[in-house]
Write a protein that binds this ligand. Structure first.
Ligand code: HEC
Length: 134
């Protein structure tokens, strides 16, 4: 019984310290800074293939409104079968996995391997993608 309680406490502690929602206490200025940093990351790592608006065509599907979107759902874009049939919804967890290693997460995707493995850089990008999805 005692070890169970201890294990439970440990699990809660771990889940709250490494939970992705570490930005909950951030000020408005801090959040703006995250979005600005994410925009820089986007320009360097994603913009060659993805647009951030709905009108501009690009090699990859637009990432405007990607947050909360069902994967492979932009009408008219020629997705791989892997992505179209994945059943994924783009949220914090799935986006983090995708940008850290999309090929590993989804064998068969047409997106070239993108490896953003730094946690802070992932956070920047995710904040930016949320921002352009409002
Ligand atoms: C070399 C071009 C290229 C780069 C660079 C690239 N992508 Fe992609 N991306 C694609 C292609 C092509 C697809 C469609 C993949 C498929 O159909 O399997 C895609 C798909 C996606 C999707 C799925 C969208 C949907 O509608 O389901 C997301 C999310 C995404 N990319 C995010 C990113 C992010 C974030 C970056 C930058 C860190 C990035 N990509 C960099 C080409 C690229």
């Amino acid at each position: 019984m005692k070890t169970l309680t201890l294990k439970l406490l440990l699990a809660i502690l771990i889940s709250t310290t490494i939970a992705p929602n570490a930005m909950a206490d951030m000020s408005k200025a801090g959040k703006e800074a995250m979005v600005a940093a994410g925009h820089i990351m986007f320009k360097h790592r994603c913009q060659s293939c993805h647009s951030n608006n709905l009108s501009k065509p690009s090699y990859g599907p637009t990432l405007k409104k990607v947050y909360g979107r069902k994967a492979g759902s932009i009408v008219g874009f020629n997705y791989s079968d892997a992505l179209r049939k994945s059943g994924i919804v783009w949220n914090e967890t799935t986006l983090r996995k995708w940008i850290s290693s999309n090929k590993e997460m989804m064998p068969g995707t047409r997106m070239r391997h993108v490896g953003v493995t730094d946690k802070a850089e992932q956070n920047f990008l995710i904040e930016y993608l949320k921002h352009i999805s409002k």
